[in-house]
Write a protein that binds this ligand. Structure first.
Ligand code: NOJ
Length: 752
């Protein structure tokens, strides 16, 4: 008993101490603010990109670069992006801390998106693992490496939901579903930020892009988003709210206009909703130049007007528009901007710097010995391999072509991506060296020496622009390697064809109107199929692709996305069956680009059928069904779902859903069991299916387990058109299975 009291007292005292430390930090921020001139305050709201070159942070003698250097010296810059390296960050930090009047440290931001030096799978691939622990760990590893390079802040996670495979940035998100997207947002924020932001191995995270960027019309990057309130509140905003609730310290607004207002200047989104109703305490950074872009949007008349609108809307930091630094002072003098808004923004920014511990030691992230020790640490590679294996999705495996036999086979490995060491690093690998991925060819030939493996490129996928390696042009003409590849395929028992997109064919500014195989790859596929149909198609891509021919003709298809540094090793383990794939698609794969936007949680419409008449919601030349539906993913074993039992506990306002899952095949395996609901009658119509729970279950061959899901009002309710959450009692379909094409269902009346 006494021990209990002692523990309680200790706990109580530490909470008080913690609260007291928090108050002290706040006081410190207030105190510092009171010493700052208006110019210095505005300086904190100003973010520049690096003007570093190979020789370090010396400014070039060129006008604007010199200005940036002077600005840092004079305390007129709050943050730098794209400076990295313990030494480089230290030198840049020194300029600010040792020269400016108040010595306020800079905060260093960088796009640490999927790993840092040790490159992890692209975020869309990681989402296919549905493995929150592994995803959190991936962000943790990225933070450890980035922080060791002097960085304090990542512009991640991107939590934009998207239903449009044409949009190049789907590679950077968690796919189409708000529930899965929210869980992943929490995992990533927690991974980056850790338990203690002031530790030297954590980064402040940034939920971006607030909001609606993933709904760019026609999938064209930066395009207008025109979205109804129901979609805004129920689909777009939930992952942002989840990130906020998980304690994310910053938000980034977005390039797009949303319902007529550029997000950067949207007061409702930023000041009223995020900072107001959601009570977000961190700061909001603009996207690159997005304050200035409000002029092109036709929302701001000129630079001063853009700065005025952005500040009023609640954008705290200007990334590379240079408008706050040049315009805010005169806007205040003219009475067009409120100093209270500036004070509020600066307090938010200083608070994050304080929480990062930068005021205690501005160089705490700049230890070159730590940097050496931690970058490419062997544990990081092991985590990258683990994540890569978990991200692979087995789309098709007819006649159990996979797994491969371990000896006595001749295997041709063919395709423009088969021995590519760069493309598997994906688009957002700013921190990485080029060509450091283990290619499929390397991974496969190292993994097993008892089969006979031979390599042919077949066709080239791209012509890289040597001056700007991230710019690629698709190769449509060079067929020189085609015959050699076909010959090799003909004499081999099996063909592993590695096709898809180059890492730089998705990502920012890389929208596509044709989402088939780029260049000559389809021709190569068909020619090889004509001589040897025993094809295992390994896909590498940053978005869902439309591949109806492959689906119809190729017996085995493996979705390997862009899996990062350990790509080839992960693919080899899966193809040889030493790792049984368990990934599930986080985004629907269409049959044809004409079906886009296509997503599993659509609304029923008034005319969902019958299918034998003209006047219902369908295409006359194509089925409504996707090629591969959301949540789909096979295993080398099979699973059977049974015994769905739903119980309603009115007192606790809880519904429990019990199921039995049995491994009925020949291998041990992992299944991701998925729970969906349909609210059958609602004031605001609800989708035909909504994911509301999932569980990863490891099952030995022949083993069977029971699992119980729990639903509360949080899962059963939805947001009305004013953004208010509500639960409406009534009939719900409860559906469970191994994909969004669920196997079991029951209709229950839920009321309390
Ligand atoms: C523009 C992108 O939209 C954003 O996501 C990124 O963080 C910034 N550039 C900084 O690189």
């Amino acid at each position: 008993m006494k021990k209990g009291i002692l523990i309680f007292t200790l706990l109580f005292c530490s909470v008080l101490l913690f609260m007291n430390m928090d108050v002290k930090k706040k006081d410190k921020v207030e105190e510092l603010l009171s010493k700052m001139t208006l110019e210095e305050k505005i300086g904190q709201m100003n973010q520049y990109s690096s003007f570093f070159d190979a020789t370090g942070p010396a400014p070039k003698n060129d006008g604007y670069q010199k200005e940036r250097y002077e600005h840092i010296k004079n305390g007129l810059v709050g943050s730098m992006l794209n400076v990295r390296g313990a030494k480089q960050v230290r030198e840049m930090q020194k300029i600010a801390v040792e020269n400016s009047r108040l010595g306020i440290p800079l905060i260093f931001g960088f796009d640490v998106i999927h790993g840092h030096k040790t490159v992890f799978p692209i975020p869309l691939a990681e989402a296919a693992s549905w493995d929150l622990e592994a995803i959190q760990n991936g962000a943790r590893v990225a933070a450890i490496e980035a922080a060791a390079e002097g960085l304090n802040w990542t512009f991640a996670p991107m939590v934009d939901i998207s239903r449009d495979a044409r949009w190049g940035r789907v590679m950077e998100g968690a796919g189409e579903d708000p529930y899965l997207g929210s869980q992943i947002a929490i995992a990533r924020v927690t991974g980056f930020q850790g338990d203690d932001l002031s530790a030297n191995n954590t980064l402040a995270a940034c939920a971006k892009h607030f909001a609606g960027y993933g709904f760019a019309e026609s999938g064209k990057d930066y395009n207008t988003a025109d979205v109804g309130t129901s979609t805004l509140y129920n689909v777009i905003l939930p992952p942002f709210k989840a990130a906020k609730d998980a304690g994310v310290r910053t938000f980034m607004n977005s390039f797009n206009e949303l319902n007529g207002i550029p997000a950067t200047g949207d007061k409702y989104l930023q000041r009223d909703l995020l900072k107001g109703k959601w009570n977000f305490k961190g700061f909001i950074v603009s996207d690159w130049g997005s304050i200035g872009e409000m002029i092109a949007h036709g929302h701001a008349a000129d630079g001063p007007h853009a700065a005025e609108l952005a500040l009023r809307a609640g954008s705290d930091m200007d990334m590379e528009s240079h408008l706050y630094i040049h315009q805010l002072k005169s806007l205040i003098e003219q009475g067009k901007a409120k100093e209270a808004h500036i004070d509020e923004a600066v307090k938010r920014i200083l608070q994050v710097k304080m929480d990062l511990g930068l005021f205690d030691d501005p160089y705490k992230y700049c230890d070159e010995a730590r940097e050496k020790e931690l970058i490419y640490h062997k544990d990081h590679r092991a985590a990258a391999l683990d994540m890569a294996k978990k991200s692979i999705v087995l789309l098709k495996n007819e006649g159990n072509l996979l797994p491969l036999k371990k000896e006595g086979e001749s295997i041709a490995i063919i395709g423009p991506l088969a021995n590519d060491k760069n493309s598997p690093l994906g688009n957002w690998r700013l921190g990485s060296e080029d060509n450091i991925a283990v290619s499929v060819w390397e991974g496969m030939s190292e993994y097993n020496k008892s089969n006979k493996l031979e390599l042919a490129q077949g066709v080239r996928l791209i012509d890289e622009n040597p001056n700007f390696p991230s710019h690629v042009k698709i190769n449509y003409t060079d067929k020189n390697g085609m015959d050699e590849a076909v010959k090799l395929a003909k004499k081999s028992d099996k063909v592993i064809l590695v096709l898809g997109e180059h890492g730089y064919q998705s990502g920012e500014g890389r929208s596509r109107s044709d989402i088939g195989l780029p260049g000559l790859q389809q021709e190569l596929l068909e020619k090889i199929h004509a001589v040897n149909p025993n094809i295992i198609l390994v896909l590498m891509n940053g978005r869902p692709l439309a591949l109806p021919w492959a689906d119809e003709n190729v017996p085995a298809i493996v979705e390997a996305w862009q899996l990062g540094i350990e790509t080839g090793n992960a693919v080899a383990e899966v193809l040889y069956g030493d790792y049984n794939p368990s990934g599930k698609l986080p985004m629907t794969f269409p049959r044809d680009v004409g079906q886009v936007p296509i997503y599993y949680n659509y609304k029923n419409t008034g005319r969902p059928g019958p299918k034998n008449e003209v006047f219902w919601s369908h295409y006359t030349d194509m089925t409504n069904d996707p090629l591969y539906h959301f949540g789909h993913g096979l295993s080398y074993t099979t699973f059977k779902y049974s015994n769905l039992k739903t119980s309603i506990n009115k007192e606790n306002k809880k519904v429990t859903v019990e199921i039995t899952i049995k491994n009925t095949g020949d291998y041990d395996g992992t299944e991701i069991a998925q729970l969906y609901i349909r609210d059958k009658v609602a004031t605001i119509t609800r989708p035909v299916k909504e994911l509301k729970g999932f569980q990863k279950l490891e099952l030995k061959k022949g083993e069977s387990v029971n699992h119980t899901f729990t639903l509360t009002e949080k899962e059963l309710g939805y947001f009305d058109n004013q953004g208010e959450f509500m639960f409406e009692a009534g009939d719900f379909d409860i559906m469970v299975g191994g994909s969004s094409k669920t196997e079991l269902s029951e209709t229950v009346n839920i009321a309390w």
